[in-house]
Every structure is written in C-alpha cells, then in structure tokens.
Design a protein around this ligand. Sequence first.
Ligand code: AMP
Ligand code: ZN
Length: 135
Amino acid sequence: MDCIFCKIVKKEIPARIIFENDKYLAFLDITPNTIGHTLVIPKKHINNFVEQSSDEAAKHIKVVQQIAGQLQNILKADGFNVAINNGQAAGQIINHVHWHIIPRYNNDGLLHFAHSEEAKSKLDETLKKINGQIK
Ligand code: AMP
Ligand code: ZN
C-alpha cells in the first residue's frame, strides 16, 4: 500500500513532528491554512473516520484534544477548529484517517463554510427525510 502518512510513521519521508507516542503521531500540515495547522493520525493505517472502531475514534479524539489546547497556548492562538474531511466529496485527499487542528487568530481571514440557501429552504424536508432513523 502506497500511503504517504504510513511513510511518515515509518520515517521514510520527513515530517515536522510535534508529538509522538506509541500509537499516535502529530505533524505540521505541509500546506497549512494557518500557523500551526496540525494533522493528528493513528500510526496504524485506517482509511477514514467511519472505519475506525468507536474505541479507536474516542482514543484518537482524546489525543487531538490534548494537543489542541497546548498548541493554542504555545502559539498564542485565539481559538482553533478541529475537523475531519471524510470521503472525497468532503475533500479527503489522503486515505489515512487524520484530524486537522487549525489554530485560529483574531481576524485571520480564514473563511468558514459558506451557508447554503438551498439547504436552508429544505430544512423541513431534510428533517422529514431523516425521520427518527438515527439510532
Ligand atoms: P485531507 O484533504 O483532509 O485529506 O488533508 C490532507 C492534508 O495532508 C492536506 O492538508 C495536505 O496539505 C496534507 N499533506 C499532504 N502531504 C503531506 C506531507 N507529506 N506532510 C504534511 N502534510 C501533508
Ligand atoms: Zn496509511
């Protein structure tokens, strides 16, 4: 398997690693949205968020939380976003699950997701479609 993040785990290609333990690795994103943009990955290859067991996902986000707060303090950021792009349609390019931690700075100009007028006009329809199916 030709996974770039597995290669980073195996130290076959370089990365700007900011945290590492036996199961997780965090490194600076090579095309950052803001100063300190970090990716947090499990060392074990898993394609995406839905393929993680709930136990793995819980452990993963715990590491993200631990790093994000410290990163904000160290970089004197004013906040941060955490995000996963799950699936190609959502912008997932690397198929090795990773949380983004994006430190935010007052007036950093980074755009948020745009609101959708279409989705707004379909709120009631959307609720009906989901219709209590989520367990
Ligand atoms: P995503 O679009 O959620 O799959 O995010 C993949 C991220 O990985 C992008 O933000 C890339 O900039 C980042 N990336 C790709 N290759 C590397 C690399 N070798 N080192 C650090 N970050 C990388
Ligand atoms: Zn991988």
